[in-house]
Ligand binder design. Sequence first.
Ligand SMILES: [Zn+2]
Length: 487
Amino acid sequence: MKTYRLPSILLIFSLILINACSTNPVTGKKDLMLISKDQEVAMGKESDPEIVGYFGLYEDEKLQKFIEEQGQKMAALSHRPDLTYEFKIVDSPVVNAFAVPGGYVYFTRGIMAHFNNEAEFAGVLGHEIGHIAARHSAKQYSKSMLAQVGLAVGMIVSPTFRQFADVANTGVQLLFLKFGRDAEEQSDKLGVEYSSKIGYDAHEMAGFFNTLKRLQEESGQSVPTFLSTHPDPKNRLKDVGELATKWQQKLNLTNPEVEREAYLRMIDGIIYGEDPKQGYVENNVFYHPVMKFEFPIPRGWTYQNTPQQVQMAPQEGNALMILTLSQEKSLEAAAQAVLQNYQLTLVESEQGEVNGMPALAMVADQQQEQQTIRVLSYLINYNNTIYNFLGVSSVNDFNQFTSTFNQTMQNFDQLTDPSKLNVQPYRVRIKTIERSGTLAQALQQHSVEKDRMEEVAVINGMSLEDKVEKGALIKVIEREEASFSKR
Ligand SMILES: [Zn+2]
């Protein structure tokens, strides 16, 4: 959670739909295209700040410089060199990469941690540029109109509450568009072509597809968009391999680059998994060590933490709780802003304290066509910043949730426990093998936790039984002890 931003007006509704044919830059064929190039560019431009705001940029200059340089090189020889491209690494542990119309490409730090060489990275980069070059998003827009694009991944929220949830903004929704199988196959081909053209060995793409497959099998949760629409990864692996050989012959690429060592050295120290600095949950308590607050999350509820807000919902999706920061300076002004932003009618309000901090609680209603939505708001002044809780349900369900809402909001408190304030993230560290043996033995030597051995094997793109030679590099994951206990 960092700053508060109002849900943006859905860009898509402002698009004027023109029924036009345009020539596809990749196939050379005429496509039925509902949006023009200018609209595509406008869409990307408007979405970019929303996407960056949603995830945050990953703070690592050399990684950002790397993706920008490789991206520009590749874009220049793609089928659409005329667009202005931007390439960014966003601060998310999820393994994914996204392309947004108009030339915007995003890789997560999670996917960067999972590549094992520059060639794998280049293959995925080419795949994403391929989506833009072949105008897949633009076509997809024409089909789906975003209506069914869900809210946060894995969180069920009644459609009537979505206005309260920031993630409903179009820019972020763009990322979760699913392309069809044909589009994915075409992008795989373009990934091979583009990465070969800048000198990389596209055979390595197959290795990374394998990593994705294992991730999918193990966690079942972080399913990258470019994997999910492929029912048969085996074919995908085979096709990419054959195509890579063809392109290398065609381009006379006799010594294609892989750059394993350079890549591993570059990502040494990259944050792996959740970054506790952005807030984390332990035993149903949410802790924010930077903003120094904590509050309980109701048992059985799912939560989602983004730079803008913490969002919580029960499995049934019939209620929603959100914590954001108000931009107002006083409790009264913040309360007014809530009423205004959500067009609420005040039922009652009360001033008081929450754990010694000045607070204002209010109940207000929103009249919808079919029903009335009731909202409990707590505005809490902590260190001259106003924290804004909203608890939302239908007026009929409201009594059932009142105590749950109160339990969370009234237990918002200052975080002072040093053991919670100083939790460090896990990082990928690159180690040199001292004795030849199996990967399992090497990981043991580097004190990788037992229950995480398989996970670390996956990020190495190896199995635990694989042989590793003396002098080779491997990834391990490590976490520094909390700094207060060190000195
Ligand atoms: Zn894709």
